[in-house]
Write a protein that binds this ligand. Structure first.
Ligand SMILES: O=C[C@H](O)COP(=O)(O)O
Length: 256
């Protein structure tokens, strides 16, 4: 077992701006950076995943702060004839230290399978980025009582061999909770996260036991404290509420 057993898992609150963000959005980022330092100095890592177009500019703004930057997706290849795609190496070059892969919007809009997500996670590692691998059930799957089976299958299929607590973060995002204002109960989140933790530990040993498990889906300042207090929830992946510095700060405040 690694030293991770002896130390609590350091939480991560990551903001996914999705297809939002223009030059003017830098003001929100700067407001976040200016207000965040006292909290950052304590016990939570903070990341913003802007659209790729803003990555380089925010990298300049992030200098001297402790806000990390991530991409929202990457192609599995290093480079080549893939019009419109961005490689993990390009994200790294632009200032990212991590990349989200397998977000349900990518799985739904672009037909990304677990195998594709796995290849993208490996690409992230190849470039020296942390892979933030997303999984989560649809509303129909939850209603059919298949949640645990679905997320277990996605976990097995999307997480490559060689995953460690340092190179991988798992984000559990129920599809029906994303952007809807709906969230599972704390007990429901606890059930899923405990199952994910057990599965990761069984497969990856101490690395799985120490891997960060984020919850995502309508996390807001008003519900963050309750959700972040759930066992095996080691932070949040935040969409809409990450676009405004004040809202994102209200979520991070769950770790004060
Ligand atoms: O990546 C973030 C998630 O999709 C959550 O989005 P949301 O906070 O807007 O529900």
């Amino acid at each position: 077992m690694t030293a991770a057993t002896a130390h609590p898992i350091r939480p991560l609150v990551a903001g996914n701006w999705k297809m939002n963000g223009l030059e003017a959005s830098r003001a929100e980022f700067k407001a976040l950076a200016a207000a965040l330092y006292p909290q950052l100095a304590q016990k939570v890592d903070v990341m913003i995943c802007p659209p790729a177009t803003l990555l380089s500019r925010l990298a300049g703004d992030a200098a001297g702060t402790r806000i990390a930057l991530g991409g929202q997706d990457c192609h599995a290849a290093v480079s080549g004839a893939h019009t419109g795609d961005v490689s993990a190496e390009m994200l790294k070059d632009a200032g990212a230290t991590a990349v989200i892969v397998g977000h349900s919007e990518r799985r739904a809009d672009h037909g990304e399978s677990d195998a594709v997500v796995r290849a993208k996670a490996q690409a992230a590692w190849r470039a020296g980025l942390v892979a933030i691998i997303c999984i989560g059930e649809t509303e129909a799957e939850r209603k059919a009582g298949k949640t645990l089976a679905v997320v277990a299958g996605q976990l097995d299929g999307s997480v490559p061999d060689g995953a460690t607590a340092a190179n991988t973060v798992i984000a559990y995002e129920p599809v029906w909770a994303i952007g809807t204002g709906l969230t599972p109960t704390a007990a429901d989140v606890a059930e899923v996260h405990a199952a994910l933790r057990a599965r990761l530990a069984a497969r990856l040993g101490g690395e799985g036991a120490a891997m960060r498990l984020l919850y995502g889906g309508s996390v807001k300042p008003a519900n963050a404290a309750e959700l972040m207090a759930v066992p095996h929830v080691n932070g949040a992946l935040v969409g809409g509420a990450s676009l405004k510095a004040a809202d994102f700060l209200g979520i991070i405040a769950a770790y004060r």
